[in-house]
Design a protein. Structure first.
Length: 441
C-alpha cells in the first residue's frame, strides 16, 4: 500500500468503503500533527490501526517525513516504523477524512496577546471535518476548549448538514493528555476522559480512544469532559502561583523553599508538592485557564482565585528581571550594558518547545533595559522577541565569563559545572545547588 505524498491528490484507496477493507483494523484520521496529534497518531499505528495524518502545513508534514521532529526516543522509533510500514499516511488533502472510521481533532487552542482564546485553528479544523463527515463516522474533539465548544463547532454544524448526531454520526470530547518529554506519561499509559453527546456516541468513542489509553473514564456529556480538562490545568496554575508566592515569602524570612516543600511533601495526605520557577510555558497552563475566564466574562461572572493566579503567573518573568537587576546591583553592576546569559529557553527540560516559554519574555525585558543578552540551549537554534530580533544559540557558553547567568531550564544530561566559575548566577529553577556566587529567584 503506497503512502500518500504530501503534495499528491487523493489516492484511490480512499474512494473505497471505509469498513471491512483493512483486515478488521480501522482507518483513523488525526487532524493536526503537532505536539499532541503526532504522538496520538503514532499510538494508533502501534495499536494496529492505519492512520491518516492531516495537517494544513506542508512544511510540518515534510519535517515529519524527514523525521526532523521533537519526540521521545521511543516515538522516533515508532515514527520510522509507521512510515516504513505505510501505516501512517501524511496529507494536506481534506477529502481523505471522509474515508476514516474515526476522526480525532488535535489542533492548537492558544490565547492571543490579550489572553483571549484564539479559536481560529480549531474552528477551521472542525469546519473541515464537518464538511467531509459521512454516516457511520465517529468524531472526537481532543483540543482543550470551553464547555459547549463541541456542541458549537461539531454538533450543530453536523445537524445543519442533516446528519443526526447519535444516529448518523457519533460525536464526543476526549481531552488530550500529552506530557512532552516524559515517557512515563505516554498516551498509552495515561487514562483518558470521554464525554459523548449520547450513550452510543460515548460507546463508539471509547472503542477508538481505548486503543491508545491506559484506561478510559466516561462522563455524562462533552461539556463535563471539557470542564474536566480546564479543572486539571487550572488546578496546576493556581498551585504553581502559590508555590511562587511561597518562594518569595521564604526568601524574605531566609528559608530554603525547596527544603520546606520537601518537608511538607512527607505528609501522606492533604498535600501535593508544586514547585516555584520563572513562570509557566507550553500549550496548557498559560492558556487553558483563560478559556474558562473568557467564558465566565461573557456571562458577567468571575473567578477571583483563578484570575489572581493567572495574573501572578504572567508577572513572574518581570519578577525574574527585577531580581536580576538586584543581583547585579549587589555586585556593583548596572543591568544596562551587562552581559547576561539565559541558560535554557524551552518551557520544560528535555523538549525543544518554546511556546509561551517565560524565557522569551525574560530575554525581551532584559534587552529592553539595555542588557547585552544571549542564550544557550542545546534544543533550540534561534529565538526572536520584539526587542531582540533573532538571537542564535551559543554553543559554548562556558568559554565566556558573564556578568550574570540566569538559569531558566536545566536539560537532562547537560554539564553545568562551569556555573561555579561565573561571578553571578540567578537560579530560577531552585535546582542548581550551592554556588559561591549563586542565588535563587
Amino acid at each position: 500500500m503506497t503512502p500518500m505524498s504530501v503534495h499528491s491528490e487523493t489516492p484511490s484507496r480512499f474512494a473505497v468503503a471505509p469498513s471491512g477493507a483493512r483486515h478488521g483494523e480501522p482507518l483513523i484520521a488525526v487532524v493536526g500533527l503537532g505536539y499532541v496529534g503526532l504522538p496520538t497518531a503514532l499510538s494508533f499505528t502501534t495499536s494496529g490501526a492505519e492512520v491518516v495524518g492531516f495537517d494544513v502545513s506542508e512544511s510540518r508534514l515534510t519535517a515529519i517525513k524527514a523525521k526532523r521532529v521533537d519526540l521521545l526516543p521511543r516515538d522516533h522509533t515508532r515514527l520510522a516504523a509507521a512510515l516504513d510500514s505505510h501505516r501512517l499516511t501524511l496529507t494536506t488533502e481534506p477529502s481523505t477524512l471522509g474515508a476514516a472510521d474515526a476522526v480525532l481533532i488535535c489542533v492548537p487552542t492558544p490565547v492571543d496577546a490579550h489572553q483571549t482564546p484564539d479559536l481560529t485553528a480549531l474552528a477551521a479544523a472542525c469546519a473541515t471535518v464537518v464538511e467531509h463527515a459521512r454516516p457511520g463516522q465517529t468524531l472526537v474533539l481532543t483540543s482543550t476548549t470551553y464547555p459547549g465548544c463541541t456542541a458549537d463547532l461539531l454538533v450543530r454544524p453536523l445537524q445543519s448538514r442533516g446528519l443526526r448526531v447519535g444516529r448518523d454520526v457519533f460525536v464526543a470530547f476526549s481531552p488530550e493528555r500529552i506530557d512532552p518529554g516524559v515517557v512515563d506519561h505516554a498516551p498509552d499509559r495515561t487514562p483518558r476522559v470521554i464525554g459523548g453527546v449520547t450513550d452510543e456516541c460515548a460507546r463508539r468513542a471509547v472503542e477508538f480512544v481505548a486503543r491508545t489509553a491506559g484506561s478510559v473514564h466516561v462522563v455524562s456529556s462533552p461539556e463535563t469532559a471539557e470542564m474536566a480538562k480546564l479543572v486539571e490545568n487550572t488546578f496546576r496554575a493556581v498551585n504553581i502561583a502559590l508555590a511562587n508566592e511561597f518562594a518569595d515569602a521564604a526568601r524574605e524570612v531566609n528559608v530554603d523553599v525547596m527544603e520546606v516543600i520537601s518537608a511538607a511533601a512527607t505528609k501522606p495526605y492533604g498535600f501535593m508538592p508544586f514547585y516555584p520557577g520563572a513562570g509557566v510555558g507550553g500549550h496548557c497552563i498559560p492558556c487553558d485557564p483563560h478559556y474558562l475566564l473568557w467564558q465566565l466574562r461573557s456571562r458577567r461572572t468571575s473567578s477571583p482565585v483563578v484570575e489572581a493566579a493567572m495574573t501572578a503567573i504572567a508577572e513572574r518573568p518581570r519578577d525574574v528581571v527585577a531580581r536580576a537587576r538586584d543581583v547585579l546591583a549587589d555586585a556593583g553592576r548596572r543591568l544596562r550594558g551587562a552581559k547576561v546569559l539565559v541558560l535554557g529557553v524551552t518551557y520544560k527540560p528535555g523538549v525543544a518547545d518554546v511556546r509561551e516559554s517565560p524565557a522569551l519574555a525574560i530575554i525581551d525585558m532584559l534587552a529592553a533595559e539595555g542588557a547585552d543578552v544571549a542564550f544557550a540551549d542545546p534544543h533550540v537554534e534561534m529565538v526572536q522577541t520584539p526587542t531582540t530580533g533573532p538571537l542564535f544559540h551559543r554553543s559554548r557558553p562556558a568559554e565566556q565569563t558573564w556578568d550574570l547567568v540566569v538559569v531558566h531550564t536545566i536539560h537532562p544530561g547537560e554539564d553545568h559545572g562551569w556555573l561555579a566559575e561565573q561571578p553571578a548566577v540567578l537560579d530560577t529553577t531552585y535546582r542548581v545547588g550551592d554556588l559561591a556566587h549563586g542565588v535563587t529567584l
